[in-house]
Write a new protein. Structure first.
Lengths: 114, 111
């Protein structure tokens, strides 16, 4: 069975510091990997995705994630965070070939402090 | 211009009541979903419809009945509400290579 583990439930950082949110998955088949962000009282928004090809994927707001097949990881990084990045971040893996039938991790709460 | 919209945003009701949540997407996607987010923020898929046809039903009590009148709409009806049904319910849609697009959620509180 597939699963997703987000190793940190909370990550506090200061503004302009780098951050890494860790995600590991287990699967016996090829997967698609996703990061979603949830701001307070809102739905989830797709941040970035890995489907195939280059193992490094980037979002428009400075986040990047690297697919590492040997370590079954898909960690999310940003070199310099802003207050506005404060949110809950969810890593997800596809079940089968579907990009909509996802197994989510339990989320990591990123708190950026001034 | 909301891509995936669901109503109501908040739903407060008594145990035993029946309630519905409506969802509409204007993205032209073929597949729609219902996800449940519990109090610990854990998200789990409940149902998926592809072009009005049920394709995923994840061990959800049969008190929950989805209905898709057309591919742009997926409603969720819940009978005999229980305390444990309290959660945030998200509607979503997807198309190949696009990932999931979520609505803003319906917070259901059963008293």
């Amino acid at each position: 069975a597939q699963s997703v583990t987000q190793l940190d439930s909370q990550v506090p950082v200061f503004e302009e510091a780098p951050v890494e949110l860790r995600c590991n998955y287990s699967s016996s088949v090829s997967v698609y990997l996703f990061w979603y962000v949830q701001y307070p009282n809102q739905g989830l928004q797709l941040l970035l995705k890995y489907l195939s090809g280059s193992t490094l994927v980037e979002s428009i707001n400075g986040f990047e994630a690297e697919f590492n097949k040997s370590q079954t990881s898909f960690h999310l990084r940003k070199p310099s965070v802003h207050i506005s990045d404060t949110a809950e971040y969810f890593c997800a893996v596809s079940r089968g070939g579907s990009q909509g039938n996802l197994i989510f991790g339990k989320g990591t709460k990123l708190s950026v402090k001034p | 211009d909301t891509a995936v919209s669901q109503t109501p945003k908040y739903l407060v009701t008594q145990m035993g009541n029946d309630k519905s949540i409506k969802c509409e997407q204007n993205l032209g996607h073929d597949t729609m979903y219902w996800y449940k987010q519990d109090s610990k923020k854990f998200l789990k898929i409940m149902f998926s419809y592809n072009n009005k046809e049920l394709i995923i039903n994840e061990t959800v009590p049969n008190r929950f009945s989805p209905k898709s009148p057309d591919k742009a709409h997926l409603n969720l009806h819940i009978n005999s509400l229980e305390l444990g049904d309290s959660a945030v319910y998200f509607c979503a849609s997807s198309q190949e290579a696009g990932g999931l697009f979520f609505g803003s959620g319906t917070q259901l509180s059963v008293l």
